[in-house]
Ligand binder design. Structure first.
Ligand code: PBG
Ligand code: ZN
Length: 323
């Protein structure tokens, strides 16, 4: 036999040496759900291990996370005043602007603050845009989303992450940020976001389930891989700094396709349903949580993700699953 692949699998030392994929803590972004009020630490039932925090308890949790090396957070606002047009989303006194300011006041440049930009937690109907004539209208929604992104930038966000899937929003957001001298505020686009049942637990966490219909007129059809390139390249052209693929686990082919066709960093979002399935299976003893989580994380990196947004981040670093 000329070739014996097993030679390079003989023991941990040689396996470590030839490993083709390596994770580092720098790749991870940890999401937070922020609610109004004070002293709130309320477990989210659909997502074991994840809480609703008010701004004060968020600061404490982030402080503990920073010691573990969690220095990039993605913020979602929950339980804001809801209206037909979602206008509290760009109110500078709402919970996310307040959270950004407090994080920056407490931790300055040591924390990198990313904010989700979308209307669904702020509209009465729970859709990601503004509804007129029974349809989620693109261009008026883009105006509202741009104002929301600007409000976050004015509060000190380092990066905004639009997750709405309206057409042309990256260009509109880049323009409004630049026109207001926020040329250094980065945009991570949820560029390739499929309509997915894997968002189920999140909608409880963010109180953002659509009251009627679904999101298929704006989020992508999971049968369409070519369309991922159309969306990714449009957002790259419009000025996105990072392209995100979402969900992650059932979309490894899409992560790989996007990675091969862009020079931008590629992020993937290991979403709530993917997280909660693992947590539930681990809690009932069906699987080994550490092994499954680390296998999934390596799969994202192997597919080409440079950045991983995951609710598992805290467990991974707290338990030392990555150095
Ligand atoms: C809001 C938004 C969603 C997620 C991130 N931003 C839900 C949705 O589009 O329905 C999903 C995140 C997750 O499931 O963890 N547009
Ligand atoms: Zn939304």
């Amino acid at each position: 036999m000329q070739t014996r692949p097993r030679r390079l699998r003989k023991n941990p030392i040689i396996r470590e040496m030839v490993a083709e994929t390596r994770l580092s803590k720098e790749m991870f972004i940890y999401p937070y759900f922020v609610v109004k009020g004070s002293d709130v630490t309320e477990p989210i039932k659909a997502m074991p291990g994840i809480n609703h925090f008010s701004v004060d308890t968020l600061i404490k949790d982030v402080e503990a996370g920073l010691k573990l090396g969690i220095n990039k957070v993605l913020l979602f606002g929950v339980g804001e005043d809801k209206s037909e047009d979602g206008s509290s989303s760009y109110d500078s006194t709402s919970v996310i602007p307040e959270a950004i300011k407090e994080l920056k006041k407490n931790f300055g440049a040591n924390i990198y603050v990313i904010t989700d930009v979308c209307l669904c937690a702020y509209t009465l109907h729970g859709h990601c845009g503004i509804i007129e004539n029974d349809y989620v209208q693109n261009d008026v929604s883009v105006d509202a989303l741009s104002k929301m992104a600007l409000a976050h930038a004015q509060s000190g966000a380092d990066m905004v992450a639009p997750s709405d899937m309206m057409d042309g929003r990256i260009e509109a957001i880049r323009n409004i940020l630049d026109d207001n001298s926020f040329t250094e505020t980065a945009i991570m686009s949820y560029a390739v976001k499929y309509a997915s049942a894997y968002y189920g637990p999140f909608r409880e966490a963010a109180d953002s389930a659509p009251s009627h219909g679904d999101r298929k007129s704006y989020q992508m059809d999971f049968r369409n891989p070519d369309e991922s390139l159309k969306e990714a390249l449009l957002d790259e052209d419009e000025g996105a700094d990072i392209l995100m693929v979402k969900p992650a686990l059932a979309y490894l082919d899409i992560i790989s396709l996007v990675k091969d066709n862009t020079t931008l960093p590629v992020a993937c979002y290991n979403v709530s349903g993917e997280y909660s399935m693992v947590k539930n299976a681990a809690q009932t003893g069906l699987i080994d949580e550490e092994k499954i989580v680390m296998e999934n994380m390596h799969a994202f990196a192997r597919a080409g993700a440079n950045i991983i947004i995951s609710y598992h981040t805290r467990d991974i670093l707290e338990n030392g699953w990555i150095e």
